[in-house]
Design a protein around this ligand. Structure first.
Ligand code: GTP
Ligand code: MG
Length: 197
């Protein structure tokens, strides 16, 4: 799979606007500002594929990207848990997110992106539980690993691995840095396995 040949297809503001799709999808979810869009850009070696920002809440739409000329798509989901968004809008996003996760039949895996300095927030745990309950393969990206020294970064990874150990093979955890392009190969390996399964 040539991830560098990924292109933007379309956006949806609501689940009901998600395109009909008989291919396979993998979604990137996570807290606002965790680094989802940056991870997608690192994965595809593109700088402007997914829009990134210092301001949390940048991605407000469900964005669909297609890998080359394949039936495989990557989805950039709006982040959750950003405090400065009005409550009504937050609730609406969470509703859309849970609908997407529950109803999207072509969804084959969830990449849960966490800032390695703030892993496993309450809402992250909700996402992990959801993946567990619905038997959805889960890959946790501990990103911004460049912000921690090797020791603390490894300690966090072990902690998170322990937290999802009850999911067995369904959940995997890796370190990542979009800044340093660290972990790209490992991420691609996981995605390809899910796509091809
Ligand atoms: P929302 O769309 O708001 O949900 O955010 P997001 O999860 O898509 O985060 P985004 O990729 O826009 O990144 C947020 C901020 O973190 C930006 O300022 C990025 O430059 C920075 N960032 C993302 N990944 C890394 C990383 O691996 N290392 C460092 N040092 N900074 C990063
Ligand atoms: Mg984003």
């Amino acid at each position: 799979l040539i991830y560098t040949k990924t292109r933007f297809m379309q956006s949806a503001a609501k689940f009901t606007q998600c395109p009909q799709w008989d291919g396979v999808e993998i979604a990137f979810a996570g807290r606002s500002n965790a680094g989802k869009s940056s991870a997608l850009n690192a994965l595809t070696e593109q700088t402007k594929l997914a829009r990134t920002s210092k301001t949390p809440g940048r991605t407000q739409l469900i964005n669909f990207f297609q890998v080359d000329e394949t039936p495989y798509r990557l989805v950039d989901l709006p982040g959750y848990g950003f405090a400065k968004v009005p409550k009504a809008i937050k609730i609406e996003w969470q509703k859309q997110l849970s609908t997407y996760l529950d109803k999207r039949e072509c969804l084959r895996g969830l990449v849960l992106v966490m800032d390695i300095r703030h892993p496993m927030t309450e809402f992250d745990k909700t996402m992990v539980d959801w993946a567990h309950e619905s038997n959805m393969p889960l890959h946790i990206l501990l990103t911004k690993a460049d912000k921690l020294k090797r020791g603390p970064a490894s300690a966090t990874m072990l902690q998170v691995r322990k937290a999802v150990a009850n999911m067995g093979d369904l959940a995997t955890v890796q370190m990542f840095s979009s800044l340093k392009n660290d972990g790209v190969k490992e991420l691609r390996k996981h995605l390809t396995k899910w796509f091809m399964d």
